[in-house]
Design a protein around this ligand. Structure first.
Ligand SMILES: Nc1ncnc2c1ncn2[C@@H]1O[C@H](COP(=O)(O)OP(=O)(O)OP(=O)(O)O)[C@@H](O)[C@H]1O
Ligand SMILES: [Mg+2]
Length: 386
């Protein structure tokens, strides 16, 4: 064993389990540091009790804690610390260009900016900031600062659920940062860290688009779109109940145009037609956000429009047959579904890998959260898959 690995073992901190509290499914992931190498030791998910997590809020912490306890029991070991995350329309994340200033001045400037960013009193919110880059030699000199405003109501229910499940909440992160970690920072596709990449999370009730340029957050926006709305319109159009409609939705390819809806290979034209307006709205929202990224020129030296190199889709609704191809065609940027267990520089034991290969896109948040402390501490050597 190398001296470095030995030191890593000595310094080993307790692993924290990453818990993604979704409105449809609760996902957990645990990465362990084994002699300086990172190993995914466990991933699991369970359905969220109906109504217990809605609109980005944990409304019934005791119900949620019950599911977390069951998932923890399935881990086969008992981590005591957990990290979870918030997302959605009530979370405000903005990247602001600010003049160069000292830390205490920045604190005050962020407070003032935050007042303009949110429609609710700041006493009800947590305000955080992080300097993404300083450019003392820029023209003009300045720095990019990410300001995050999270209403207390979003964190309280999550913390309560973790505590009721017997876990110590180590941190409540934000989902865009967790995704940046799992999909980019630890990706074996190293070119992603040199490109402008749109991370598009498509969930059950909420969706989110985060653009990362050269590994740095450029912007993140909540999207009004979710898989549950698709199921509802399919159910209404086909007269099926929601369980049956869910199966039709997952099975049928989305028809890209009316000509394809009429083609014989379109299994359920009624379902495709019903989903089309919601998918159109998603395309418009993504295009709008991509255009605002392209037109922003934080650096006066960069006058040309910023290119977007690719879109990486995650979340359960990313698996909707035909969606990635549709987005690629309509937005005009290469799109693929994130394959976490193939493209992450973390060892995935064989019993974990194949079983979850198809659902890797579901774990971007849970994996990013459990990796957070490992990445921050930097006490690891990435295992790069052969
Ligand atoms: N193969 C599939 N095809 C289409 N949709 C799917 C597929 N698998 C899952 N989904 C949809 O993905 C959604 C669940 O995804 P996910 O687990 O990412 O949501 P969540 O994190 O619980 O929700 P949210 O983050 O919005 O609260 C559901 O709407 C489900 O119908
Ligand atoms: Mg989710």
């Amino acid at each position: 064993m190398s001296v470095r690995a030995l030191v890593a073992r000595w310094l080993r901190f307790e692993e924290a389990v990453g818990i993604d509290l979704g409105s449809r499914a609760i996902k957990v992931a645990l990465v362990e540091n084994v002699a300086g190498l990172l190993r995914l030791s466990h991933v699991a998910s369970a359905p969220t009790p109906p109504g217990s997590i809605e609109g980005g809020l944990v409304k019934q912490p005791a119900e949620v804690a019950g599911v977390i306890r069951t998932l923890m029991a399935s881990l086969g070991k008992a981590p005591t610390q957990a990290i979870t995350a918030v997302s959605g329309h009530n979370l405000v994340v903005r990247v602001l260009r600010m003049p160069l200033m000292r830390d205490h001045q920045l604190e005050q400037a962020v407070q003032m900016q935050a007042e303009e960013l949110v429609p609710f009193p700041l006493v009800d919110a947590i305000i955080e900031h992080t300097v993404l880059r300083r450019e003392p030699n820029g023209d003009p000199p300045g720095m990019d600062v990410a300001v995050v405003v999270v209403p207390h109501s979003m964190t309280e229910g999550r913390v309560a659920a973790l505590e009721l499940a017997g876990l110590e909440p180590l941190a409540v992160d934000i989902e865009p940062f967790a995704r940046m970690c799992s999909l980019l920072e630890v990706s074996t596709q190293t070119q992603l860290r040199e490109e402008a990449v749109a991370l598009i999370e498509l969930g059950a009730q909420s969706s989110e688009l985060t653009i990362v340029e050269h590994g740095r957050l450029a912007l993140t926006r909540a999207l009004t779109f979710g898989g549950d709305s698709l199921t509802k319109v399919v159910a209404a159009a086909t007269k099926l109940n929601e369980v049956e409609a869910e199966l039709v939705k997952q099975r049928d390819a989305i028809a890209i145009g009316l000509d394809q809806i009429e083609a014989p290979e379109c299994a359920s034209p009624a379902a495709s037609l019903a989903m089309a307006p919601l998918v159109d709205s998603l395309v418009r929202q993504i295009s709008h956000t991509v255009n605002s990224f392209r037109s922003q020129t934080p650096n006066a030296a960069r006058s040309e429009a910023a290119p977007l190199d690719r879109m990486l889709l995650s979340g359960g609704t990313a698996l909707l047959p035909g969606l990635a191809a549709l987005l690629e065609e309509r937005i005009g940027v290469p799109a693929e579904i994130a394959n976490l267990f193939r493209d992450t520089a973390v060892d995935c034991p064989s019993q974990v890998g194949p079983a979850l290969a198809a659902s890797g896109a579901l774990y971007s948040v849970a994996l990013g959260l459990t990796l957070r402390e490992h990445v921050r501490h930097g006490r690891h050597e990435w295992l790069v898959a052969a």
